[in-house]
Design a binder for this molecule. Structure first.
Ligand code: HEM
Ligand code: HEM
Length: 197
């Protein structure tokens, strides 16, 4: 009986590691954005402004490291079905959004890294000096920086739309889209595993 209940809950949920990585990524992205936006509070050339920028680079690179782990986990796990099943167009839109989110999590840090490389600036990751991604080219560097900033603003809309869709599914359609990814569900899964053992 216990096993059946546990199986049912597992079927209706993303794996605990997927849930953990999903919400850690949200925290990382929040910190990446916060650090780069907060730099505006400090004058150019001040230590605090440089610190904010350094934090932005480093946390942004953590996003890249984390998405690699996330993709590796994704390849080993399955996506639990949404109940009741949404119409095909909603399924297609969700797939497209998820694909775009993955492209964003990979593309933005690489774009930032390439920007610093082209501008001839060092890229440090927890004290480790990373090699330049591309050759020194200040003109290209400024163009990449602009693209990085524009896509960064687009990220607010992308993540916002994704979060709103999840809220819509939970409160309006009232299906299990959100519950499958919720931290509360993670706690239930852990409790069930402990009981089963
Ligand atoms: C998902 C990860 C990232 C996101 C969402 C992101 C987002 C942003 C945003 C929104 C801005 C513009 C802020 C503004 O104009 O006020 C920005 C600026 C910038 N980012 Fe990123 N970024 C990420 C990762 C990185 C990484 C990993 C690097 C470098 C290793 C980097 C390098 C830069 C640089 C050089 C600027 C311009 C800063 C300045 O001119 O003061 N970014 N980023
Ligand atoms: C408050 C913010 C957020 C909420 C409420 C939220 C909610 C959800 C929910 C409910 C799902 C499952 C959707 C489904 O299966 O169709 C999901 C999946 C996903 N979320 Fe979020 N999310 C948020 C932030 C983010 C952020 C910041 C990112 C990354 C930039 C992200 C990336 C993804 C991806 C890639 C998936 C697909 C999972 C997979 O199959 O690998 N989410 N999210």
């Amino acid at each position: 009986m216990k096993v059946t209940t546990q199986k049912k809950s597992q079927d209706a949920s993303f794996s605990p590691i997927t849930i953990g990585l999903h919400w850690i990524m949200l925290v990382l992205l929040f910190a990446t954005y916060a650090s780069v936006e907060l730099r505006h509070l400090f004058d150019k050339g001040t230590e605090l402004r440089d610190l904010m920028k350094a934090l932005h680079f480093m946390i942004g690179l953590c996003v890249l490291a984390m998405v690699v782990v996330r993709l590796a986990v994704k390849m080993q796990t399955t996506v639990p079905p949404i109940v009741p099943a949404p119409p095909p167009w909603q399924h297609f839109m969700a797939q497209l959004t998820h694909l775009t989110l993955y492209a964003f999590m990979i593309g933005m840090p690489l774009l930032g890294w390439a920007t610093l490389s082209a501008l001839g600036k060092p890229v440090s990751f927890f004290g480790l000096d990373l090699p330049p991604l591309i050759e020194l080219n200040k003109q290209l560097g400024s163009q990449l920086k602009e693209i990085h900033e524009v896509v960064g603003i687009g990220g607010y809309f992308l993540i916002g739309t994704h979060a709103l869709a999840a809220i819509f599914h939970h409160y309006v359609i009232k299906d299990n889209t959100f519950v499958r990814m919720s931290l509360k569900n993670l706690a239930v899964l852990r409790k069930q595993r402990r009981v089963a053992l």
